[in-house]
Ligand binder design. Structure first.
Ligand code: 1PR
Length: 579
């Protein structure tokens, strides 16, 4: 059967991509056999996970040779993320494993000494071959697209081997913060690839997919086809240069801060799945007659997520807050929520709560990796681990500062990449009179003294949704989690949660200083200015809020406008596309 095919090797979330293609009115067929590749009129390769495992999968499934033939024929191809990287000669991620060698150059690791790695968030693409050529691919200068990667192909003016292929470049980091310019999309003939994820880049990204799907198969110049053939056969040289007549503006770091909308989800007393919201983690209404109040009901998860997507949220996080209860794997209520959300929401989705080993009623054990895999296949881009991360960190220190490869963090990061593993931290302040009162913990001076005038505190890690405190401070936790392979920290505060008094800046600064992976500030947002404050004072990469969005007290648009007016780079809200 001819048509559009998807080259998927089962390593991550392709549901959003398939949903976006379908929303755009196109059918898509999964490649099941090597012979399917040459049947395709259009082929999409959304590489996920590590470069090495992507290449190994291509070879073990027998896809590598037909894919090279397909590319040499200059048939319409769209590679995404690792799907783009695989076309290069190799990657420092897995130095011993060659790439397809269609495009000259190597994929390199970002320098993390002065900036957070992975490069995770929204950034713009500067056109190299001229805005018209980029426009033909649905790309718009100045629009932000969603990136999530630790490796990229560096672009150095005048010396990049892949320059003839390079359609756009992007800069990550500025002057003084390890700025690096890399190739964010390539195009030659009918081959078009993006380092960013169009299916996660809001309406701007859907537009890129639309251009590929609606585009004319024969747009590529014949000369381009010959060049693709030549470079496929002799990857390191022999390319003639398609000299760009367009002189691009110098690249600038346009990496934006992210605004995340968070939905705490649980079943209410009537058994309906609702978005709820606590004050200091208590999600029940005040009781009047000494009885337990109802679970607060602030809306339906799928509908609220869609609303936040349309209002401009850069990411959406679902937390199943009753996950401390055991639940059979295929009964997980959040799977359906994810499946339905990914039909209409095209920004990254994180799911948390219950990412741990799960035991079915018949005694069958499903490791955390399997649970996470189920979520990825149903539309999640990242999983967030709470309690299990604390247990893994305890084990890490018990082993003398190393993992044993079995924790949820390690197994999921190994299979799906660090960027897919978020650690949700639920700390609570413990006040002390002097650092000597908590000798094994990292003690700091909080902005306000404790209830009995205590001048110091440490931040205690909790598990089971804050119900149990452990003998570990937040700094110990995040350092261990980073070492075990986590890609991001979602930093809540039990003291600030729902209080609308602003984020705990001391806590956030302290965590930021201890690790190099990105941090999402959470808990306490009460007005748009609180977002400005947390970005300016802590340099955090993202800020999350829940209550103020659910209650429509502060519109997302106001948050974004206030940040922009304060000089903070933020993704502007897309004009909706009719899909
Ligand atoms: O331990 O891996 O099963 O994960 C459980 C997850 O559920 C954790 O991520 C934990 O944070 C979350 N959770 C458990 N109980 C609660 C609760 O509220 N009773 N919610 C809970 C945590 C905090 C944030 C909240 C921000 C922003 N909620 O998610 O959205 O504080 O709120 P605000 O802007 O209104 O101040 P596991």
């Amino acid at each position: 059967m001819t048509g559009t095919y998807l080259l998927d090797y089962g390593a991550g979330n392709v549901r959003s991509l398939v949903n976006a293609v379908k929303k755009l009115g196109h059918d898509i067929t999964y490649v099941k056999d090597p012979s399917d590749i040459l049947k395709a009129d259009k082929l999409i390769f959304p590489g996920v996970g590590a470069f090495g495992s992507a290449m190994q999968s291509l070879h073990s499934k027998g896809y590598a040779e037909p894919l090279k033939q397909y590319l040499a024929l200059n048939k319409p191809f769209m590679g995404i993320c690792v799907g783009m990287q695989s076309l290069f000669e190799g990657s420092d991620e897995n130095p011993g494993i060659p790439g397809l060698g269609v495009i000259p150059g190597r994929v390199r690791l970002f320098d993390s000494s002065l900036k957070a790695v992975p490069h995770m968030g929204w950034n713009t693409a500067r056109t190299i071959q001229g805005p018209e050529r980029a426009k033909g691919c649905g790309l718009e200068e100045g629009r932000a697209y969603y990136f999530v990667h630790s490796f990229a192909v560096p672009f150095v003016e005048g010396s990049t081997e892949a320059k003839e292929w390079c359609l756009t470049t992007t800069q990550y980091g500025g002057e003084g913060s390890g700025g690096e310019v890399f190739i964010s999309s390539v195009r030659r003939g009918n081959i078009f690839c993006t380092q960013f994820h169009p299916e996660k880049s809001g309406f701007a990204g859907v537009n890129v997919l639309k251009a590929f799907l609606d585009g004319d198969a024969a747009v590529g110049a014949e000369g381009d086809a010959a060049l693709i053939q030549a470079s496929t056969l002799a990857p390191s040289g022999g390319l003639s240069v398609l000299a760009p007549t367009f002189i691009p503006e110098p690249t600038q770091d346009q990496f934006t801060k992210r605004i995340v909308a968070c939905l705490d989800v649980r079943a209410n007393d009537q058994g309906d799945l609702v978005v709820t919201k606590g004050d200091q983690y208590d999600v029940r209404e005040q009781s009047t007659n000494g009885q337990e109040g109802d679970v607060r009901n602030l809306g339906k998860p799928v509908e609220l997520a869609r609303r936040y997507f349309e209002e401009g949220a850069d990411e959406i996080t679902f937390l199943n807050i009753t996950s401390f209860r055991n639940c059979p794997l295929l009964d997980l209520p959040m799977l359906e929520v994810l499946r339905r959300t990914s039909e209409t929401v095209f920004v990254p989705l994180t799911i948390g709560g219950g990412i741990k080993d799960v035991v079915d009623p018949d005694g069958k054990l499903h490791p955390a990796l399997e649970v996470a895999g189920e979520y990825f296949r149903n539309g999640a881009d990242k999983v967030s681990i709470g309690s299990d991360a604390v247990y893994a960190a305890e084990k890490y220190y018990a082993l003398g500062g190393r993992g044993d490869g079995t924790s949820a963090i390690e197994t999921i990061a190994h299979a799906y990449g660090s960027q897919a593993v978020v650690i949700s931290v639920d700390p609570k302040k413990v006040y002390v009179n002097s650092p000597a009162d908590a000798p094994t913990h990292h003690v700091i001076q909080p902005a306000q003294p404790g209830p009995n005038g205590e001048k110091y505190c440490w931040y205690q890690c909790t598990v089971s949704g804050g119900r149990e405190g452990r003998d570990m401070d937040v700094r110990q936790l995040v350092i261990a989690c980073q070492a075990l392979g986590a890609g991001e920290i979602l930093l809540n505060s039990m003291d600030q949660d729902g209080m609308k008094q602003g984020y705990d800046l001391t806590l956030i600064q302290d965590v930021r200083a201890a690790i190099s992976i990105p941090v999402i500030a959470s808990s306490g947002a009460g007005c748009a200015q609180h977002f400005v404050e947390v970005f300016e004072k802590t340099g955090v990469q993202a800020a999350l809020a829940a209550g103020i969005f659910h209650r429509r007290e502060v519109p997302l648009e106001d948050v974004k406008t206030t940040c922009v007016n304060a000089g903070i780079r933020i993704r502007t809200i897309d004009a909706p596309l009719a899909i």
